[in-house]
Design a protein around this ligand. Structure first.
Ligand SMILES: *Cc1c(COP(=O)(O)O)cnc(C)c1O
Length: 387
């Protein structure tokens, strides 16, 4: 099956009892056992639930892995994966990883003796140099939040393999519709399914996919042992969202391309970060490893434009955390998504106070450009307010 068909049918199809074309919501915590020592495949919903299993199978098929696992949030998924490691282990992380990923390493896993090194995964030599003897894994995002820096996933996976360490890719921004990191050599995929996979800003969920049976066994154990599982109703919603991933992503990408090209020409904007633009530093690598530039754009306002005014002036585009839903959202990484990263580290990696991040929705592209245009006009700092 091709991806577009997998999106609809990859989870294994209809309910065998009734023929219902949608997987039923098995809203139950426990399952009756016909006799002691025998169950009908399920015992307790933390360990396994048929609705959750359907979405787990779906994501495994889409990413081309051997098994998938669904969690109550992206952070629960990442936490389960990091629980593979033990005191004395070190993880190399890309310099633009999601703020919450940095925070859980810095403030939680650090307390258990699992440490991290921040490396520039765009520079393969400096990445390789960061792999000290105690390093057990590398965790990267591409494109990375919020500057859309593109890491060469194939090259990073190859270097990691050579050093005997695991490659973990957070594929939230691209989804398996645009990019399949396991095919590029990664070992573990994590997702915040809250974003594009769910796609409608109506649930919080996380997913893990692995390429190896042994890893699958270990993650299954950790999922059950640590317990951050996705509930049956949210599993149903996620499966429902995934069915339209292809058509949504096509529109997210074409809208984003259109808006990035508009921003690039605007005198109100000094810098645009979007890997779908030929002028972008990540364009070449991204085109090699992904189908399109995705739906996320970051940009910096030119001097004389005030980001606060811009953020309170958009009408269709909502100022909000999160991304990947059908509606366009705008955010201020320095004070919102990346506020948990100390200012000095933030500035060092390029997340300035003037940076604005746009999650381009699937509305009409000209309505979106018009909204951005009027907000840019309203954000001129020398504009005299008339009340
Ligand atoms: C949102 C996000 C996460 C965290 O996921 P939650 O579902 O919010 O817990 C992790 N990685 C990336 C890239 C994200 O955008």
């Amino acid at each position: 099956m091709k991806t577009d068909t997998q999106l609809i049918h990859g989870h294994g199809g209809e309910d065998p009892r009734t023929g219902a074309v949608n997987v039923p919501i098995y809203q139950t915590s426990t399952f009756r056992q016909p006799e002691l020592g025998h169950c009908l495949g399920y015992e307790y919903s933390r360990t396994g639930n048929p609705t959750r299993e359907a979405v787990e199978k779906e994501i495994a098929v889409l990413e081309g892995g051997v098994a998938g696992f669904a969690f109550g949030s992206g952070m629960a998924a990442i936490t389960a994966v990091l629980s593979l490691f033990k005191s004395g282990d070190r993880i190399v992380i890309g310099s633009n990883v999601y703020g919450g990923t940095f925070r859980v390493l810095d403030k939680v896993f650090n307390n258990f003796g699992i440490t991290y090194t921040i490396a520039d995964t765009l520079d393969l030599d400096s990445f390789e140099k960061a792999i000290a003897d105690d390093v057990v894994a590398v965790l990267v995002e591409s494109p990375a939040n919020p500057l859309m820096f593109v890491t060469d996933l194939k090259a990073v996976s190859e270097i990691a393999r050579r050093h005997g360490i695991l490659t973990i890719v957070d594929n939230t921004f691209m989804t398996p519709y645009l990019q399949k990191p396991l095919e590029l050599g990664a070992d573990i995929i994590v997702h915040s399914a809250t974003k594009y996979l769910g796609g409608h800003s109506d649930l919080v969920a996380g997913l893990v996919v692995v390429n190896d049976e042994k890893l699958a066994e270990r993650i299954a154990f950790l999922q059950n042992a640590t317990g951050g599982v996705l509930g049956p109703f949210d599993s149903f919603l996620l499966l429902r969202g995934i069915k339209t991933l292809g058509v949504r992503m096509d529109r997210h990408c074409s809208n984003a391309q259109y808006i990035a090209e508009y921003l690039q020409k605007s005198p109100a904007v000094s810098k645009v970060y979007y890997p779908g633009l030929e002028s972008d530093s990540g364009y070449e690598v991204n085109s090699r490893q992904a189908r399109a530039g995705g739906g996320m754009i970051s940009f910096e306002l030119a001097e004389g434009y005030d980001h606060r005014k811009f953020l309170s002036s958009t009408k269709i585009i909502a100022l909000a955390e999160s991304l990947g839903g059908v509606e366009s959202l705008v955010c201020h990484p320095a004070s919102m998504t990346h506020a948990s990263i100390p200012k000095d580290i933030r500035e060092k990696v390029g997340i300035t106070d003037g940076l604005i991040r746009l999650s381009v929705g699937i509305e009409d592209k000209d309505d979106l450009v018009e909204d951005i245009e009027q907000a840019l006009e309203a954000s001129k700092s020398d504009r005299i307010e008339i009340s």
